[in-house]
Design a binder for this molecule. Sequence first.
Ligand SMILES: O=C[C@H](O)[C@H](O)COP(=O)(O)O
Ligand SMILES: C=C(OP(=O)(O)O)C(=O)O
Ligand SMILES: [Mn+2]
Length: 449
Amino acid sequence: MSQSQKEWNKGSWKNYTALQQPNWPNEGAVEKVLANLSQLPPLVFAGEIRNLKQQLAKAVTGEAFLLQGGDCSENFSQVTAPKIRETLRVLLQMAVVLTYAGDKPVIKVGRLAGQFAKPRSSDTETINGVTLPSYRGDMVNCPDFTETCRVPNPKLMLKGYNMAASTLNLVRAFTRGGFGSLHRVQAWNQEFVAQSPMGRSYDRLAKQIDQTIKFMGNIGIAADNPLIEQTQLFTSHEALLLQYEEAMTRVDSTAGGWYDCSAHMLWIGERTRQLGGAHVEFLRGVLNPIGIKVGPNNDPDDIKRLCETLNPENEAGRITLITRLGVKEIEKSLPPLLREMKREGHNIVWSCDPMHANTYTATSGHKTRNFNDILSELTCFFESHWSEGTIPGGVHFEMTGEDVTECTGGARNIVDEELARNYLTTCDPRLNAEQSLEVAFQIADMIRS
Ligand SMILES: O=C[C@H](O)[C@H](O)COP(=O)(O)O
Ligand SMILES: C=C(OP(=O)(O)O)C(=O)O
Ligand SMILES: [Mn+2]
């Protein structure tokens, strides 16, 4: 019997191999935490999850566009009002640029309020001859390079739940309470960005939007319409830590069906998307929209089977294939995959993650990505879709609202030697606020032309 014919329950993943799980030192302590977590209220409501899925269904046909972005790994120490506000601010700015250029709604999904678990290439890290377990996200251990910090601690899962709840609470307040109002489109321009070429381009666009809203008011269309006053930001993270995800999985009391209520959208990573693996088993039974990362060594037959297992009804909005092929491979690797999925009639939101396969080590020793590689992968993504007659439905970034120096290039041309100035990430390098806005304008140009 194949995996998809067997009965699913929220713990059935335990019958399969789960890669990238922590080595908890004390299973008793883990069980206590999980029992506690499963009593706590869900972080999101199933109705919101269904709403996101309906919006994503529109991205399948090109009537909407997905913008997904945020930290590679969120940090508990960064769950602060300024940090959350700046991330939201740059996401809103990018969304405005993309909405204007693409002439369609932009679905905003943050890598936030739960992006606390990381898969790693190596189980250990060695610095100056000292070898310790790798950092695996704030829900598992701490980034500091000391023996005690790196021991996995299950209580961090509970802390992660609380940190996600605090983040989401502020995001809901900002998006519903007026911060995200289109009347403030100019105010989203941050000081350090406003002075840059990107900030000036953004300001021009914001002025046009402002005039349009004023005009609507003048002709009697209510400018206090909730569509103008409020915005919506959904949450997402990699469904990696299966014990946590299981504890957050509940039956919807209104309409029935299982939902993983830790976030609206979950994705399955390149390292854990094996057919017959525990992550696929867990995700096939929850009704959330699911992202699947697809790397350069993919086998299109495998991806097809994954989609059939995770989406047997071929429901539009259920599956987002997030290709992360790298600037060197995308031209060769993407078209055959597009052709195969189109031939089979799969309903897919095609999204481009131009970050993860373009990572390299700079001369300074920092893990980095170059802005031009990111742009080139995006360009090739759009062009491949246009020539294959498929729909480029979204983009996925590791980014932050802060003025970090983690990716090289961009309008300020950050060079290797400058990376140390403000390199803050605890895992992968992120676009800073200015680079994020720049990438949005570049995509806007591509879409328009
Ligand atoms: O975010 C993705 C992965 O967790 C990350 O790229 C792994 O990084 P590593 O290769 O340093 O382990
Ligand atoms: C782990 C990640 O990516 P991937 O699975 O594509 O390597 C990620 O998005 O943080
Ligand atoms: Mn990453």
